[in-house]
Ligand binder design. Structure first.
Ligand code: GLN
Length: 271
């Protein structure tokens, strides 16, 4: 009988320890995806998912697009887990400065003014501004934009050009005069202003311009006769993270060399 009790006690201890182990294991496996356990560092990157095909909201409600795929591929290269923070375009630089994010990928053009607040990686894409007008518009040349109502996305290079900012004169070759600029939170809202006749033109980057023109082909068109100078997109990085900037540049080069960059380009832009 004593022996039986002993065996029973031993069995109980065994069962208990196994279930405790299982519980511990369960504990680790739920938090197993967390970064503390896997040792993977999180890379917090800001974007504004209103800029197709570079960034837009996917059908699953998550930011998707060329930039998102590129930064995820960079994250894989440098062994960091990318976490995307979606916010207004004009809030992005401030979010780096306040330490909420470490970097930005948002079709952001390299610019001396922005360089005072952030560092830029090597360029990853060349774009230019485009002018969108209603189909019946008689705007055909740069000078026709003087004195006109122009909608833009707030804080973008299109905004600087429309506002006649002398630093951005090179884009059109002249500074626009007496324009009335409507600054919208999203590029699409600027397009809606144009469609509804509240403004005469939209100035926006070439790729989203093409997407918006295609999607609204019955109402608006690109003014092909107005050609703008090139601007370069790069990833903005906190000035406190020079090592991160170096790693991003190295990863970008690797992805260009190994064909992954071209693959992403084909998937999102050159379809
Ligand atoms: N390339 C433009 C800029 O940097 C627009 C970017 C955007 O709207 N996401 O200002």
């Amino acid at each position: 009988m004593k022996k039986f009790v002993k065996v029973l006690a031993l069995a109980l201890v065994l069962v208990l320890s196994v279930s405790m182990l299982a519980a511990c294991d369960g504990g680790t496996s739920t938090s197993g995806t967390s970064n503390a356990d896997s040792g993977t560092k999180v890379l917090k990157i800001g974007t504004n998912a209103e800029f197709p095909p570079f960034e837009f909201m996917g059908d699953d409600g998550q930011p998707d697009g060329f930039d998102i795929a590129l930064i995820k591929a960079i994250g894989e290269e440098i062994g960091m887990e990318v976490q995307i923070e979606n916010m207004e375009f004009k809030s992005l630089i401030g979010a780096i400065e306040s330490g909420n994010i470490q970097g930005i990928i948002a079709g952001m053009t390299v610019d001396d003014e922005r360089k005072k607040s952030v560092d830029f990686s090597d360029g990853y894409y060349e774009a230019h501004q485009m002018v969108l007008v209603r189909k019946d518009s008689d705007i055909t040349k740069t000078e026709d934009l003087n004195g006109k109502k122009i909608a833009v996305q707030e804080g973008t290079t299109g905004d600087f050009v429309a506002s006649g900012d002398p630093d951005w004169e090179f884009i059109l070759g002249v500074s626009l005069q007496n324009t009335e600029v409507s600054r919208m939170k999203k590029g699409l809202d600027a397009v809606i202003e144009l469609k509804n006749g509240r403004v005469d033109a939209v100035i926006i980057d070439s790729n989203p311009a093409q997407v918006f023109a295609e999607e609204n082909a019955d109402d608006i068109k690109i003014v092909d006769s107005i050609q703008c100078e090139t601007e370069t997109y790069a990833i903005a990085v906190s000035k406190d993270e020079p090592d991160l900037l170096n790693s991003i540049n190295t990863a970008l080069k690797t992805l260009k060399d190994n064909g992954k960059y071209d693959e992403i380009l084909k998937q999102y832009i050159e379809q």
